[in-house]
Write a protein that binds this ligand. Structure first.
Ligand code: ST9
Ligand code: ZN
Ligand code: ZN
Length: 352
């Protein structure tokens, strides 16, 4: 079922679009009411503990861990990151491509190392984030400020509006996948093994690392690091950057976030065309590690039905709702506005 409620604030799938350039018929509205916060003290204490141990882990990463442990932590960051970007995000939340079961299995293992809750729950929250973007029904509503959209939303009970509107969400595609059902059913067993036990045990038994370096560096520091990178997409990339595709929304093109988030910081594009498997316009692949990962599996035939938006539609949308910052490669770019080009000051011009 396509989310087509009249109060939806953003498109989720291509089928929701109601204009030729793939937008909703009305402009998006931001909204946040002042509702009483119900603090979840268990989460506040656990996140405080995580960040304190991660700071110590960051210190050990630089000073006393073996180089193999540092490389291992980096590899875990990349693979667990792909479990979020290529898995929970582009495959499961947005259905922007399809994957055969071996790739889905790899991605679910990567996703469990990332511990951002089961892929089904992640995709459920994320569909709300796009469909009711920057309203009370958006889990990390960025109009509530940087802190709330970064981590604060995980420290309080969810807004009743989110739970109400969430009832209308169709998740049947997610529950139809036995791999996702298995992950959700056994999450409380699989997640601690994948996110904390395995990253601690491997360095100790494979290259003789100390228990403390292994735990603080490969488990806690690596986990907190990737969490904060992910949260930056919700906070920084909803605040800072250009809006070449839709200037009426907060999500922005944030290159710095993209570098750390494996290509997920082109957020103005992504909220404008969320079902594009690249989450960015062509030409940005250098910073889009996840797109290259999906392209690689597409060559193997394990990823297929990759969806993307045509240049014409992108251009229409840029012209109608963009903030004018859409990139030009330079003079003569076919996208260069004619009036602006004609009015340019040219010194010693000579057209060949
Ligand atoms: C974490 C997730 O950090 C991070 C996600 C970030 C997303 C980023 C997106 C950006 C784009 C992608 C870029 C990726 C870049 C990656 C880069 C990598 C290098 N719809 O939740 P509950 C209903 S997780 C419909 O308990 P509370 C439902 O009935 C960190 N219904 O609400 C549900 O029952 P059930 C680790 C919904 O009690 C019931 O409400 N995890 C929806 O208010 C209760 O749900 C944690 O720390 C919905 N969306 O508690 C756990 N939501 O589930 C954190 C709820 O049975 N979470 N319902 O169906 C919690 O502790 C709690 O959720 C809470 C709220 C305290 C925050
Ligand atoms: Zn967003
Ligand atoms: Zn998304």
């Amino acid at each position: 079922m396509a989310p087509n409620a009249s109060d939806a604030n953003g498109v989720l799938f291509e089928s929701d679009a109601a204009t030729p350039d793939l937008a909703l018929p009305h402009a998006p509205v931001q909204r946040a009411d002042a509702y009483p916060r119900q603090y979840v003290w268990r989460n506040i204490l656990l996140f405080a503990y995580l960040h304190l141990t991660a700071l110590y882990g960051g210190f050990l990463f630089l000073t006393s861990a073996k180089w193999q442990t540092d490389v291992f932590a980096y590899i875990l960051y990349v693979v667990s990151g792909l479990g979020i970007t290529a898995g929970a995000h582009r495959l499961w939340a947005h259905k922007s491509y399809k994957a055969k079961w071996p790739l889905r299995l790899i991605l679910v293992i990567f996703n469990t190392i990332a511990f951002q809750d089961s892929a089904i729950d992640w995709a459920r929250d994320h569909r709300m984030h796009h469909k009711y973007s920057e309203t009370d029904a958006d889990p990390h509503n960025a109009t509530r400020g940087f802190f709330f959209s970064h981590i604060g939303w995980l420290l309080v009970r969810k807004h009743p509006e989110l739970k109400n509107k969430g009832k209308g969400l169709d998740l049947s595609d997610l529950y139809a996948d036995p791999i996702l059902r298995f992950q959700k059913k056994y999450y409380l067993l699989l997640m601690p093994l994948a996110c904390f036990v395995m990253p601690t045990v491997v360095p100790v038994y494979c290259w003789g690392e100390s228990w403390s370096n292994a735990y603080f560096v490969a488990a806690m520091f690596r986990y907190a690091f990737i969490l904060n990178v992910t949260w930056l997409v919700n906070s920084a990339a909803h605040k800072w950057g250009d809006k070449p595709y839709d200037k009426a929304i907060k999500p922005s093109e944030n290159i710095s976030v993209s570098i750390f988030a494996l290509g997920e910081g082109f957020h103005n594009y992504h909220h404008t065309f969320p079902w594009d498997y690249k989450t960015a316009e062509l030409g940005n692949n250098r910073l889009n590690f996840t797109t290259n990962f999906i392209n690689f599996f597409a060559k193997l035939g394990w990823a297929y039905d990759l969806k993307t938006v045509s240049e014409e539609i992108i251009q229409q949308r840029v012209n109608r709702t963009g903030d004018g910052s859409h990139h030009l490669w330079g003079w003569g770019d076919k996208d260069h506005d004619r009036t602006e080009a004609d009015a340019a000051i040219r010194i010693n011009p000579k057209d060949e």
